[in-house]
Design a protein around this ligand. Structure first.
Ligand code: ZN
Length: 249
């Protein structure tokens, strides 16, 4: 990690940058200042948890709620007398921070890696894993499925089946672009498992195509990432894609 802050590490409860970042600023400004000082990126699909201190997600949620209240006001919705929208700002802020965009604000789920003691070297397929995400362009839902093919070697690490779903959820619960999301998940799995080959196929409905824009109800976006032996060996790739196709319908 390339953190610029070189101050001697202080007490763990006392952030090393407490002097540099004004405690009176809103939490989002404090977090942004820390990220900028580190030189890191904070795009919609980046995880920024390492810059967030305890209690700050709740503070940010309060900021978002106040601003959403203003959005509803600007849309000339009477949130005072309309009991349906009275708590909408609060509900949406909670949903953004704690559910659909949670993958930006919490650390990567812990995943235990096991050595490949049996020296498994057969194609392994995990899926379909249900994907729930939102597009970065409209914040519209993206609902889909992902299949993961792994070709381990004797030095690969293995991870438990449920962990694939947890890592996928962590990456997908951010505003995303499908192609970038699949690549991000592939990079994460590559780093954890170190397989000879890795293949991902994602098929998803983009709601920005359904309830706005062209209102096309049938279009699905499918994209894939192939690495290592899946790129080099057409037979392996065919075997993976055929197995995925069989399970699709
Ligand atoms: Zn969109």
């Amino acid at each position: 990690m390339n953190l610029k802050n070189t101050a001697p590490s202080s007490h763990p409860n006392e952030p090393a940058d407490s002097s540099a970042v004004d405690a009176k600023l809103p939490a989002s400004d404090r977090v942004r200042a820390r990220i900028k000082a580190s030189g890191k990126r904070f795009h919609a699909n980046d995880n920024i948890s390492e810059f967030i201190r305890e209690g700050e997600v709740a503070e940010i949620q309060g900021e978002v709620e106040a601003k959403l209240r203003e959005v509803l006001k600007s849309m000339v919705i009477d949130t005072d007398s309309d009991h349906n929208t009275h708590d909408t700002a609060k509900r949406v802020a909670k949903m953004y921070l704690n559910e659909i965009f949670r993958g930006r604000y919490v650390a990567q789920p812990s995943v235990t890696e096991f050595p490949n003691v049996e020296h498994l070297n057969e194609l392994m397929i995990v899926g379909p894993i249900t994907i729930r995400s939102a597009c970065s362009h409209h914040l519209c839902p993206i609902m889909g499925r992902v299949w993961i093919g792994v070709m381990p070697n004797q030095h690969s690490n293995l991870i438990g089946l449920s962990k694939y779903a947890r890592l996928a959820e962590w990456v997908m619960s951010r505003p995303q672009i499908q192609e970038e999301a699949v690549t991000m998940l592939a990079n994460l799995l590559q780093e954890k498992i170190q397989p000879d080959g890795l293949a991902l196929v994602m098929e998803a409905d983009h709601f920005c195509m359904h309830w706005r824009g062209v209102k096309d109800m049938d279009s699905k976006m499918i994209n894939s990432v192939m690495r290592g032996s899946f790129l080099k060996d057409p037979n392996l790739r065919r075997e993976f894609l055929a197995l995925v196709d069989n399970r699709k319908s």
